[in-house]
Ligand binder design. Structure first.
Ligand SMILES: Nc1ncnc2c1ncn2[C@@H]1O[C@H](COP(=O)(O)OP(=O)(O)OP(=O)(O)O)[C@@H](O)[C@H]1O
Ligand SMILES: O=P(O)(O)OC[C@H]1O[C@H](OP(=O)(O)OP(=O)(O)O)[C@H](O)[C@@H]1O
Ligand SMILES: [Mg+2]
Length: 409
């Protein structure tokens, strides 16, 4: 995968050809950029009988084939999650960027965004958004980085345009029971070194991530492992006796806790949140796609930057703007984005206009609000007004420059 990939994903080699032939129950090296998923799973099923049925009914399809051509059409297509926990948040984020998705009813899978007249929205399951970006049926999409990595499989055509949309935060992590033989096991290394695992009796790992799971275990040198898969509620697998460990998404950790499971050191495969993704082919070959992604990106960056900040206005007595500025800048949390704006506050006394006070305006990170208010008071600030910020449009968006460089433009 190309530029803008988060660091935690960049650690993966772009080819999976290094799967050792001695690794039991894993697929041999593929000859193309795609892992032949069916082949990988068939090897698993031949060794563990219980896996066969779950794999057969799992619905995991083979890795998507790369699109050969960009089919001509007038509209740019943006894929949004049709349901699940990301669906509402994606629409809300666009709404906060003044991009209103007009969906007539929830069962209608196509919608418009009046502010982007050349763009249509298609609602799809997250994994299908990735597949359809690859097949050329979608041009842009919002999905979790986990889904992108699992179904995109480092395909060069997928470009992460914005890797941190600030929702859908979770991480993909190995978890083991906190009881029995695992009671004192707290790291991946300790798990790998347990004497229980052998070629005949490998560690049984249940996961929906049938690409990332084997890849991670291989990269960590864990040989005696076999994978099973299911569509959900994986946390039940150890207690049901189906698996020894699981690899699944974690956010609050409640599901693990409620099922007597624990994460282990070194067991995090990736950190994930929602991302804006594009097809490289679409951006380079489809008329209007680059302009559309530029507009969406500008709005997203401006909104997301503003989302973490408050505007703070306060009055301060002083002899000059310079003197007030010196006092304000003596405090570490009051420098704002570029520095405080300081303006005279005019009032009349005995019919004469005079300036005794100055208004200062700064942007303050939401996390630092209380600290900033304390610092303002300490240098004589009063009448502090705090209001939310809607947008911060910088001179240029850093991600836009990165995107153009990535596309060779
Ligand atoms: N517990 C969680 N907390 C936060 N984000 C999560 C969590 N679980 C999943 N996600 C994010 O939301 C995305 C969609 O998850 P969701 O559960 O809605 O669908 P799914 O499980 O992938 O699909 P399906 O409907 O087939 O079960 C995930 O790919 C991930 O990026
Ligand atoms: O750490 P937590 O906040 O408890 O969240 C983790 C759970 O959320 C996801 O499941 P989801 O709710 O999507 O159900 P699913 O298994 O049907 O996908 C994930 O697969 C975990 O089971
Ligand atoms: Mg789910």
């Amino acid at each position: 995968m190309s530029l803008l990939l988060p660091t935690n994903l960049q650690q993966y080699p772009s080819s999976s050809s290094s799967f050792p032939s001695s690794t039991p129950l894993l697929s041999p090296p593929p000859s193309t950029a795609f892992i032949p998923r069916r082949r990988c799973l068939r090897l698993v099923t031949s060794c563990v009988s219980t896996v066969q049925s779950s794999v057969a009914t799992n619905g995991s399809s083979p890795a998507p084939a790369p699109a050969a051509v960009v089919v001509e059409r007038d509209q740019i297509r943006l894929g949004l999650p049709s349901k699940g926990r990301m669906a509402a948040d994606a629409i809300d984020l666009l709404k906060d960027c003044q991009l209103f998705v007009k969906q007539v009813n929830p069962r209608q899978y196509v919608a418009q965004i009046p502010q982007l007249p050349n763009t249509e929205v298609w609602f799809q399951r997250p994994k299908d958004i990735v597949r359809k970006l690859l097949s050329g049926d979608l041009d842009l999409g919002i999905v979790g980085l986990d889904t992108l990595s699992e179904y995109g499989q480092e395909n060069e055509d997928l470009i992460i345009v914005h890797e941190a949309l600030n929702f859908g935060d979770c991480h993909l992590s190995i978890a083991i029971p906190n009881y029995g033989i695992f009671e004192n096991i707290n790291s991946l290394k300790e798990l790998a070194q347990m004497p229980q695992w052998s070629e005949e009796r490998p560690l049984r790992l249940a996961t929906g991530f049938t690409y990332l799971g084997p890849k991670f275990m291989k990269e960590n040198g864990i040989k005696h492992v076999v994978f099973s898969t299911a569509d959900g509620a994986l946390e039940a697998a150890p207690a049901m006796g189906i698996a020894d460990a699981i690899l699944d998404l974690v956010s609050s950790g409640t599901t693990l806790k409620e099922n007597n499971l624990k994460e282990i050191e070194g067991g995090v495969v990736l950190e994930s949140q929602a991302a804006l993704v594009a097809s490289r082919r679409a951006l380079t070959e489809r008329k209007g796609a680059l302009n559309t992604v530029h507009e969406i990106l500008e709005r997203l960056e401006a909104h997301l930057k503003a989302d973490g900040q408050f505007t703070v206005v306060a009055n301060m007595r002083g002899n000059s703007a310079q003197e007030v500025a010196e006092r304000v800048l003596s405090q570490p949390s009051l420098s704002g984005l570029q520095g405080p704006t300081i303006s005279p506050v005019y009032c009349t006394q005995n019919g004469k206009v005079s300036v005794d006070y100055y208004a200062i305006v700064i942007c303050v990170p939401k996390k630092a609000l209380y600290e900033s208010v304390k610092q303002l008071r300490a240098v004589g600030g009063s009448g502090v007004l705090v209001s939310p910020l809607t947008y911060i449009f910088d001179e240029d968006t850093p991600r836009w420059g990165q995107l153009l460089r990535n596309l060779g433009l």
